[in-house]
Design a protein. Structure first.
Length: 161
């Protein structure tokens, strides 16, 4: 291996090692002062609301507290508190399952739908603010690759035990 290829390999390795910490810092966009501010509490609520809106990309799947716990990788008691908070704020309601009347599912209220829309406007404004000095090509490439990455994550299935 030549010195140049070894240096490139080391640089690539350092770049890939920096990805994890970079992802950890992404939530800081909530702190940006943009037009559609979202409170820290609502940032957490939107995690639950987004799951209820799009439970698992599986047609006919209904969202329960158990699904929220599984998808957020949290204890069921934590998911239950998160869901209860969303219900108390008027963003979610509990309803009887149309597939199994014994189960209780979660549904967005009009207020929950508006909260998600406000959050998405905030995300767009934050993205545009953060990338304001990037070229249009860089912005669109990054957006396309980020969506591709997130879609690949969504396709992963947890290992069966």
């Amino acid at each position: 291996m030549t010195s140049e290829s070894g240096t490139k390999k080391a640089q690539a390795g350092a770049l890939l090692d920096a990805v994890g910490p970079a992802f950890s810092r992404l939530r800081r966009t909530a702190l940006l002062d943009v037009e559609n501010p979202v409170s820290r509490k609502d940032m957490t609520r939107t995690l639950v609301l987004a799951l209820v809106e799009d439970p698992a990309d599986v047609p006919g799947q209904e969202t329960t507290v158990g699904v929220v716990a599984e998808r957020l990788a949290v204890d069921p008691s934590v998911a239950s508190r998160m869901v209860s908070d969303c219900i108390a704020t008027g963003y979610l309601i509990r309803a009887a399952s149309q597939l199994d009347g014994r189960r209780t599912i979660l549904q967005l209220t009009p207020e929950g739908i508006e909260m998600l829309a406000r959050f998405r406007r905030h995300q767009r404004e934050a993205f545009e603010h953060i990338t304001r000095e990037w070229s249009e090509h860089e912005r669109l490439d990054f957006a396309r690759l980020l969506i591709k990455y997130v879609d690949a994550v969504a396709d992963l299935r947890p290992p069966t035990r």
